[in-house]
Ligand binder design. Sequence first.
Ligand code: ADP
Ligand code: MG
Length: 283
Amino acid sequence: MGYKQVLPLESEERHKNEALFARELEKYEEIRRPAILEIKGLHATVSGREILKGINLSVSAGEVHAIMGPNGSGKSTLASVLAGNPRYEVTGGQVLLDGNDLLPLNVEERAREGVFLGFQYPVEIPGVSMANFMKAAMAEKRRHEGLEPLSASEFLRLVREKAALVELDPAMISRSVNEGFSGGEKKKNEIFQMAMLSPRLAVLDETDSGLDIDALRVVGEGVSRLRRPDNAIVLITHYQRLLDYIVPDFVHVLYKGRIIESGGRDLALKLEKEGYDWLINRQ
Ligand code: ADP
Ligand code: MG
């Protein structure tokens, strides 16, 4: 009799303990989740003028961080520094990608390591078709990973799959990169490229600028679908409306080269309602 009574109790106890253990493990995993991007005390100058004045930011795998802030705060400068644009001189601090120093690497090397930058103003490359551009970029990335280039049919299959993600006409890939593309097409193209390359870290600068509501939704949903537990996205945006589609885990406000506030999604909503003044006046 004792046996029958004790068994359910025991198993109930065990289940309770297991659930407790699973929760503890989850917490532990949370803490342990590796940082993909770590920025520590980053200072940078352009034309001898200090723009970034000590940025600290840690972005873990699976996270989307939004960086907001008034015009001229240094948002695009931060994106350029992360991409390795040589016009910007890093005068202090560290940038680590998966624990490795990113700063000594040039633009191409960073791309190879899995950094993708979407520009505020995408460049046009007349005479180079999207197809050839993407083929070369993909082949380069795969070579770095010790993989053979994709076959023509595999490449096309991938193009179709990823173009659908941003409702981009796959026929566009026979056109020159961004040449004659509308603002919306350029942005969609950017997200298409991101989807093709599947970067470890994507930094998207003002992906929402110049987009009508429809394109905004397509781009926003496209980026959202590219969220993965093993990548990280830094989204630079002036407007909170993009964050309706890509819900960020963290929101940071950059002002005069420093992060002056960090919070969750609610911070973006508050900024939309109240603007930046309450933060700036607090400085
Ligand atoms: P945001 O993207 O937040 O609007 P930016 O990073 O574009 O800000 O600019 C921050 C500041 O740095 C601005 O005052 C801007 O004029 C200056 N700046 C940015 N790039 C350059 C450059 N290439 N040469 C001179 N000044 C620059
Ligand atoms: Mg900018």
